[in-house]
Design a protein. Structure first.
Length: 285
């Protein structure tokens, strides 16, 4: 029997919903966080009933700083330990050129997509340390590793979560806590569907066409993302920390065979590209 506990934010729809189902099937006890009660109840009611597992639903609006700061104490009231923290919840926020964005909505994205995950990591790491370690999985997204016009708030927050995860991984190495970021790929979700509700001129032709194609043909597999998350939550990924991992493109299943190379290299991380990296000698001393 799996006695591990996993917390998943944004668990009422999309990828969060799929992660809940897959972690439940893997035997995890769950704490599911969402801002809406109906969606969360739908997910929980769809979980196969198992007396050996427990699921704890908690309603929390991650855009409200005060509620986020109170959330860890609420979680500890119900859970005896926390082994896996998955910061999945995210919003796009304002779409379009920065100077046309509502700044309060821009700030809200930073709160939900970056500051809320930081606050939860800060609160739960001491608890993980007390119980022997754990795994933190932060979801990255489009625009994190490359520029993404018209999505400045979202891409800024997602780039920030990568560097935060790298830094936190260094700080927690001695605590048996792994911290990694997952790049899920473009998936057919309600979040992506928001793009199709906007005018092409607002989101940009490239973004609109990509979203249209994904909704017509299907996008990245949520199950591949769940497979990667379960791998990072397991002992099989011991030693893998501080990495940005693509669920779609990276051969992460075989990474445990190359731990020495992974731990001694900056591969699968967010780094500055210099002139010498591209063969331009004029830019470097």
């Amino acid at each position: 029997m799996n006695t591990k506990f996993a917390l998943i934010t944004g668990a009422s729809r999309g990828l969060g919903e799929r992660l809940a189902y897959r972690f439940w099937d893997a035997g995890f006890n769950l704490c599911l966080i969402a801002r809406g009660k109906p969606g969360l109840e739908k997910v929980i009611n769809a979980l196969p009933e198992r007396k050996s597992q427990q699921v704890t639903p908690l309603i929390c609006d991650l855009s409200d700083t005060a509620l986020v700061l109170k959330l860890p104490a609420r979680v500890r009231d119900y859970l005896p330990r926390l082994d896996v923290l998955i910061n999945n919840a995210a919003i796009h926020g304002p779409i379009g050129p920065l100077w046309e964005n509502d700044f309060s909505l821009w700030q809200q994205v930073i709160q939900v997509d970056l500051l809320a995950p930081v606050a939860l990591c800060r609160a739960f790491i001491p608890w993980m340390k007390e119980t022997g370690g754990g795994s933190i999985i932060n979801l990255s997204g489009g625009g994190a590793a490359a520029s993404r016009a018209h999505f400045s708030a979202y891409s800024t927050a997602k780039a920030g979560i990568i560097r935060f995860s790298e830094t936190l991984a260094e700080e927690t190495k001695s605590l048996s806590i792994k911290v990694n970021c997952v790049a899920p790929g473009a998936m057919k979700t309600a979040l992506l569907g928001e793009i199709l509700k906007e005018a092409i001129g607002t989101v940009g032709e490239k973004e609109f066409n990509i979203a249209s194609k994904i909704f017509a043909e299907g996008g990245a597999s949520m199950d591949k993302v769940a497979d990667l998350a379960l791998f990072l939550a397991s002992d099989a990924s011991k030693g893998i920390t501080g990495k940005l991992i693509s669920a779609v493109w990276d051969d992460w299943e075989h990474w445990p065979e190359h731990l020495g190379e992974l731990s001694s290299s900056d591969i699968y991380t967010l780094r500055r590209i210099t002139g010498r990296d591209r063969g331009f000698i004029w830019g470097d001393k």
